[in-house]
Every structure is written in structure tokens, then in C-alpha cells.
Write a protein that binds this ligand. Structure first.
Ligand SMILES: *[C@@H]1O[C@H](CO)[C@@H](O)[C@H](O)[C@H]1NC(C)=O
Ligand SMILES: *[C@@H]1O[C@H](CO)[C@@H](O)[C@H](O)[C@H]1NC(C)=O
Ligand SMILES: *[C@@H]1O[C@H](CO)[C@@H](O)[C@H](O)[C@H]1NC(C)=O
Ligand SMILES: *[C@@H]1O[C@H](CO)[C@@H](O)[C@H](O)[C@H]1NC(C)=O
Length: 488
């Protein structure tokens, strides 16, 4: 489920949740933060115990800053596949935390226990420090978070682990003022992991009093050896054509290297010698490997200068429906120059695919169902802003869609190209902060009346005929001039 999917305000419910006696206690909370570049993965495990029979709704609290950074969130029972329903309480400016209600698979009996796992992806949660680096320098990032995982329930013990990509952690906060919860060292580093806690016997902490008295910010400063990638702008146009059995996808992307900005000039010589010694600057992006669908054709890739011919594409043949997930074409996209910290790279990528690979016709409803991927996953990157347009065949009616998560905005309009007579319905979806977990599919359902199927060939036929006629006329004129010229 997604953060933005819960717009409804139920103040009365909120009141009862806060006033009711607690139905749970946490026997343990463990939060693990995998420190990364543009995306940080946080897993929090709540070992819960029911203190009343029949307890079914467990409430999770998150700090406001953490909520702002969280782009994707999912809660499951540990070891199970099914995603649990999450209700997001409306923001309340009088509180400096956010509440979510998780509906358990079934009510718990008195003293029954369960392990809940909340997985989240945070974006824009790290920043380069120092802010500038020369081509020879390493890349270091900083990440902040709150020390305590908040909870409306009593917690017997909790820990937070910050896992850096490698053991050379530059620095980390050692919290003070935690004597109420531990008599040991408040933070310990072992290898690439810094552990905060165990902190014992924490009272209900989702309240102003606890936050003011105990909550504090912790920071880790660590080396990161991959470029920090942001797609500042992603625009996808997917055009459906039954007539040509084609699904054309064209993406316009603006890629931004959000690592430390390059200090001084870029030296190609330095870059080449680093590549030679296989010691590529960690903040330079030489190439990007993308997984495109199987069975694509006419793939093109150009930037502001023109066709980029240094890229390599391996097309996988179309897969049968049940094997589709693990068969893909691979594009190694190699820009003309490495993308250094602070630099942008604007490019266009497009391809055609057989429509029959992603469309089915449902006889009972008389509708086509077409599956359109929201984006091409770029591991480790965040898409700050995305706009996905799906252009349906001319004359399509009864348009419906089913999206895997809510958009910031979506609309329907009419798209008209030069060979269209009435224009085509176009669905547009706008998103923010997409990650690899969001590269899912939108399903579009529509009818194409037989007459509309025929309109296209008719319009094209007319266009061809006019061209033909024009050609004849032109030839005549041409001939006449020619003749005249001869007679001179
Ligand atoms: C996307 O991330 C930015 C930066 O963290 C944040 O300000 C913005 O509210 C986020 N957008 C949405 C729709 O969550
Ligand atoms: C539940 O746990 C409490 C305290 O641990 C105990 O006193 C009580 O007897 C238990 N009740 C049941 C029904 O197991
Ligand atoms: C663009 O480059 C590719 C090689 O990557 C080449 O096959 C293709 O013909 C080129 N297209 C144009 C329009 O020059
Ligand atoms: C890259 O784009 C961002 C806006 O997305 C802009 O602020 C920045 O100045 C650009 N960087 C360069 C080197 O042009």
C-alpha cells in the first residue's frame, strides 16, 4: 500500500484509538537501515503481544521527517506473502508524528504474539558530504534519522542498526541522555554496522512528552561507492495501435548525478587512467544497464546531440506469458561522456513491441485489456517526477483503468496526430519519488467499435490517395516546365 492512498479523515476513530487502553505491547522492535545512495531501505520488525483478547488493529507511529522521506511502504506478517491493509491517519499539525493502523490477518487472543515487518524505501534521505569532490576523491554521504522508533505501546526492548555499504564508516552519533533505557554503551560499531541499543523498558512514546524528553537525531557519515542517481524528470508516452499490432513506448529522461559536485575541471585523461586501473571515481557514471521488455524492435536512443551509437542492446525473444517476468532485453546505455557529480544528462529512449504481448481481448465484456509498465526500473535510482501517458486507439470508448498505486494526479484528454480524424483518448498519470518497487503495470480497458477500426485505414487511404493525386499533379506541372524549358 502507498502513503497517498488514504485521504479520508476519521477524527472520531482517531479519538477512540488514542483514548482506548492499549491492546498490545511490543516485546521487541528492531529497525535495520541499509544506508544507500538515492534510495535507503528500512525494515522494522515489531514483535507484538496482545494485552486484550480480540485485538485486531495494531498502530504504528513514524516521525514526520521519516514520513516525508518514505516513498514506498508495506506491512506483512513475518514469513508471509500477503500485504496487510494499512490505514494512514490524516496529518494532524498538533502532533509531530504520523500514525498508521495495520489490520491483522485475524484477531489475536490474550497474550498471543505475532511478528510484523514494515518495509519502507526512503528517497532523498541522504546527501553528499563534503558537497564537492574532485575526480580523484571518494564519495561520502550523510544520513539522519531519529534514535527511537516511536510506538503508542510499551516496548520491552528496541534496537536500531545502521548498515553501511562497507566498514569504513567516517563517523556516527553516540547519543547522550539515554541512561533511562540502558546502562551499557548507547551505540556500538561492529564491521559495517552501528547498533543503537538495546534500549529497555520504553514507555508509550507516540506523544509530545516522550518526544520532547528523549527523541534525538542520529547521523551516520559513510563512503558510498556507486553514483547517486536521480531521474529529475521522466516522461513516458505509450501509444497503442491495433492496426499495426504495435505498442510504442518513448521515454524522455533527465538524469542527474546527485553525488558531490565536481570540483575543478573534468579530465578525460584522468578518467581514462582510472578506468584503465579499474578505479573508476565512485561518483562518475560511465554507463547504465537497463532491462527492457523482451521482443522489442526498432529501439532508439538519442541525446541532445543525436544518435548515441556506443550503446549495446541484446534483445530477448518474446516470452510465453508465464515466463515473462524473468525474460528481458538488456540495454547497456553508454552516454558520450561519463556523468559526474552535479551533472545532468537528457536523453530519449524508445522502442516498438508487438501489442499482442501486452494486450488481451475479453470476449465477455467486449473490451481490450492492455498492460503498460509505468517505468523501466533503474536500480538504486529515484524518479523525482514522472508523467506517464497512455494513448489509446482512435475511437476507443468505455475507457477504464486499474493502477497499482494512486497517482499524484491523473486525467483523461484527447491526443490528436496528423492522420487522426477525431483524436485518441489519452490517459495521463503523474507520480513523484518512484523507486524500483514502483515499476509495476497500469491496466487499461476500453472498447474499439468496429467503425473505429475501419476509420483508420480509411483516413490513411484518403491520405495516400491525396498524396498520389498530388504527385501526379506535381509531375504534370514539372513536365510542363520541363517542356517549356526545352523549347527555349
Ligand atoms: C517527494 O519527495 C520530496 C523530497 O523528499 C518531498 O518533498 C515530496 O513531498 C515527495 N512527494 C510526494 C508526493 O510524496
Ligand atoms: C497473560 O499473561 C499474563 C502476564 O504475563 C498472565 O498473568 C496471564 O495469566 C496470561 N493470561 C493468559 C490467558 O494466558
Ligand atoms: C543509431 O545507432 C545504432 C547503433 O547503436 C545504429 O544501429 C542505428 O542505425 C543508428 N541510427 C541512426 C538513425 O543513425
Ligand atoms: C541540473 O539540473 C538541475 C535541475 O534539475 C539544475 O538545478 C542544475 O543546475 C543542473 N546542473 C547543471 C550542471 O546544469
Amino acid at each position: 500500500m502507498h502513503w497517498r492512498s488514504f485521504p479520508f479523515l476519521l477524527l472520531s476513530l482517531l479519538g477512540t484509538v488514542l483514548a482506548a487502553p492499549p491492546s498490545f505491547e511490543n516485546t521487541a522492535i528492531v529497525r535495520t537501515v541499509e544506508l544507500g545512495g538515492a534510495v535507503v531501505h528500512v525494515t522494522t520488525t515489531y514483535a507484538i503481544k496482545a494485552t486484550q483478547p480480540g485485538a485486531k488493529v495494531y498502530t504504528i507511529a513514524v516521525g514526520l521527517e521519516e514520513k516525508e522521506k518514505t516513498s514506498w511502504l508495506q506491512v506483512k506478517v513475518k514469513g508471509q506473502q500477503r500485504e496487510l491493509d494499512v490505514f494512514h491517519h490524516p496529518l494532524d499539525s498538533s502532533r509531530n508524528f504520523h500514525l498508521l493502523d495495520v489490520t491483522l490477518p485475524k484477531p489475536l487472543g490474550l497474550n498471543a504474539t505475532l511478528n510484523l515487518v514494515m518495509d519502507t524505501l526512503q528517497t532523498h534521505a541522504t546527501f553528499p558530504w563534503p558537497k564537492e569532490a574532485s575526480q580523484k576523491d571518494e564519495q561520502a554521504l550523510k544520513y539522519h534519522t531519529d534514535l527511537f522508533v516511536l510506538s503508542p505501546y510499551h516496548t520491552a526492548v528496541q534496537r536500531t542498526k545502521l548498515k553501511a555499504p562497507n566498514p569504513r564508516i567516517i563517523s556516527y552519533t553516540v547519543p547522550e541522555n539515554v541512561k533511562d533505557f540502558t546502562s551499557d554503551t548507547p551505540a556500538t560499531k561492529q564491521g559495517a554496522t552501528v547498533t543503537y541499543g538495546p534500549y529497555n523498558n520504553i514507555v508509550s512514546s507516540a506523544n509530545k512528552e516522550f518526544i520532547e524528553a528523549h527523541q534525538q537525531r542520529i547521523t551516520a557519515h559513510y563512503f558510498h561507492e556507486q553514483p547517486v542517481l536521480e531521474i529529475t524528470n521522466f516522461q513516458r508516452a505509450a501509444e497503442i495501435s491495433h492496426w499495426g499490432d504495435n505498442l510504442n513506448i518513448q521515454d524522455n529522461l533527465v538524469l542527474h548525478n546527485a553525488g558531490p559536485t565536481l570540483k575543478g575541471h573534468f579530465s578525460r585523461l584522468e578518467h581514462q587512467s582510472q578506468a584503465y586501473f579499474k578505479r573508476q571515481a565512485p561518483h562518475a557514471l560511465p554507463a547504465l544497464t537497463l532491462h527492457l521488455p523482451a521482443g522489442i524492435r526498432n529501439t532508439y536512443y538519442y541525446d541532445l546531440i543525436g544518435n548515441v551509437s556506443t550503446s549495446r542492446l541484446r534483445v530477448a525473444p518474446t516470452a510465453p506469458k508465464n515466463q515473462r517476468a524473468n525474460r528481458y532485453s538488456t540495454l547497456e546505455l553508454r552516454p558520450r561522456y561519463p556523468i559526474l557529480g552535479g551533472w545532468n544528462y537528457t536523453f530519449t529512449l524508445g522502442w516498438d513491441a508487438p501489442l499482442s504481448d501486452s494486450a488481451v481481448y475479453d470476449k465477455s465484456s467486449g473490451k481490450y485489456i492492455v498492460e503498460v509498465p509505468i517505468m523501466t526500473p533503474i536500480p538504486g535510482a529515484v524518479v523525482n517526477k514522472a508523467e506517464v501517458s497512455i494513448i489509446l486507439p482512435e475511437g476507443a470508448t468505455d475507457v477504464e483503468f486499474s493502477a497499482p498505486f494512486p497517482a499524484v494526479m491523473n486525467r483523461i484528454s484527447t491526443h490528436k496526430t496528423y492522420l487522426d480524424s477525431t483524436g485518441r483518448p489519452m490517459l495521463t498519470f503523474e507520480y513523484e519519488n518512484l523507486t524500483v518497487m514502483h515499476s509495476q503495470n497500469i491496466f487499461v480497458l476500453y472498447k474499439v467499435p468496429l467503425a473505429a477500426h475501419l476509420t483508420k485505414p480509411f483516413v490513411v487511404g484518403v491520405a495516400f490517395f491525396s498524396l498520389f493525386a498530388l504527385a501526379i499533379v506535381a509531375r504534370r506541372i514539372n513536365l510542363t516546365i520541363h517542356k517549356k524549358a526545352k523549347t527555349l
